[in-house]
Design a protein around this ligand. Structure first.
Ligand SMILES: Cc1cc2nc3c(=O)[nH]c(=O)nc-3n(C[C@H](O)[C@H](O)[C@H](O)COP(=O)(O)OP(=O)(O)OC[C@H]3O[C@@H](n4cnc5c(N)ncnc54)[C@H](O)[C@@H]3O)c2cc1C
Ligand code: SF4
Length: 329
């Protein structure tokens, strides 16, 4: 498929107020496209694989930016850049997991302009789909990746339903591990959704990666104080250490007291269309002491229930080893 050097003709709106953006989003519906830093968007437009009529640039809206303390934790505006998240002292001190995850997104240049909202809402990287083929996710009736000849090394181990694409967002795993709340606005007002329900698998929404409806804007993310300053672990395995998406990543939040694990979250990226919670590992970890012996005990639970495709079996031992590494004392 051809890739073009020039942008297609798209009407550009640059509202300064959230209400104006919401009114535009409502009016334009599926013809409109919300624009954060554009780092996912411009690829789609350049390849003409998505053809929105109009873009609503969110970068001039101050209400969507910034990192502030609340009565129960921290709220981050969705148009805050990943760079600002990485540099923020409060987040570094209390929610290092998110800082570590954001630090592994793409390259410094992309993090300088890429926003948290754009990172969380970005579409899957399945190359068949990205190149404009009419697969299930694009509204067609087949999956090129899950076929006998399909190249599916990067695809899903869990939760496939016709589509086997994975969630590409590094910060999404941290959001689920931290029990974040997503604040969503529309002309009808505000609704909040737990991060664990915000990301949508193909059985729910095969043409979307989140539960956002047309006309809705992700306004902010709230991190609860219950995880502030706890023990965290983030690791991302990719083919290269720059400009590359996770083959498998892990985001872990643990309440550890006297070396004994209490409540905990283990979440993998790159293995399902949503950040994938390792429920069996979490259950088995509670009451155990941190250390290599527990890691060896928990690791075999990590990939239980996986349904590998032709070329992605290697993700199973990767998941197991990431759990082991997260448990090191
Ligand atoms: C070379 C390259 C490497 C990359 N590597 C990684 C990586 O390693 N890890 C990773 O996680 N990502 C990676 N990305 C993906 C992505 O570009 C970045 O994650 C970036 O953070 C996206 O943010 P953005 O603001 O630029 O998104 P945009 O392109 O502006 O938006 C992305 C999507 O989110 C929607 N959107 C944006 N803001 C909102 C909002 N507030 N409410 C609702 N919808 C919204 C847009 O409509 C669009 O559909 C990479 C991209 C490139 C080009
Ligand atoms: S994995 Fe999903 S996005 Fe990729 S070709 Fe199959 S249906 Fe399309």
């Amino acid at each position: 498929m051809a890739s073009f050097d020039v942008m297609p003709n798209v009407q550009l709106y640059q509202p300064a107020e959230l209400d104006d953006a919401l009114e535009l989003a409502d009016r334009l519906g599926e013809q409109g496209w919300l624009l954060g830093g554009g780092q996912d968007t411009y690829g789609w437009l350049k390849d003409r694989a998505k053809n929105p009529q109009a873009m609503i640039d969110l970068n001039g809206i101050e209400a969507l930016k910034g990192i502030r303390e609340t009565a129960d934790g921290i709220e981050i505006g969705a148009a805050t850049t990943l760079r600002d998240i990485i540099r923020n002292p409060l987040l570094k001190e209390r929610y290092r997991l998110l800082v570590d995850a954001a630090s592994r997104v793409a390259s410094p240049q992309i993090r300088n302009v890429g926003t948290l909202g754009g990172n969380l809402v970005q579409d899957t990287r399945c190359w068949y789909y990205r190149r404009g083929l009419s697969c299930y996710r694009a509204g067609g009736n087949l999956c090129y990746a899950d076929s006998p000849e399909g190249m599916n090394r990067e695809h899903a181990l869990f939760g496939a339903s016709r589509c086997v694409a994975v969630s590409p967002s590094d910060t999404a795993t941290a959001m689920v591990a931290l029990d974040a709340t997503m604040v969503i606005n529309s002309v009808d007002g505000e609704r909040t959704v737990p991060a664990s329900k915000f990301f949508a698998g193909p059985a729910t929404h095969i043409t979307r990666m989140t539960s956002l409806e047309p006309g809705e804007i992700l306004a902010a993310v709230r991190l609860p104080s219950k995880w502030a300053g706890k023990r965290f672990y983030f690791e991302k395995v990719a083919d290269r250490n720059v400009w590359d998406f996770a083959l498998v990543s892990i985001a872990v939040a643990m309440d550890v007291s006297d070396n004994v694990i209490g409540e905990c979250r283990f979440v993998c990226g790159g293995v399902a269309a949503v950040p994938y919670r390792l429920n069996k590992v979490e259950q088995a970890a509670r009451g155990q002491s941190l250390g290599d012996a527990t890691g060896d005990k928990l690791a075999p639970l990590a990939a239980q229930g996986a349904r590998p495709l032709n070329y992605n079996h290697f993700k199973m031992p990767l998941m197991e080893n990431l759990v082991r590494r997260a448990m090191r004392g």
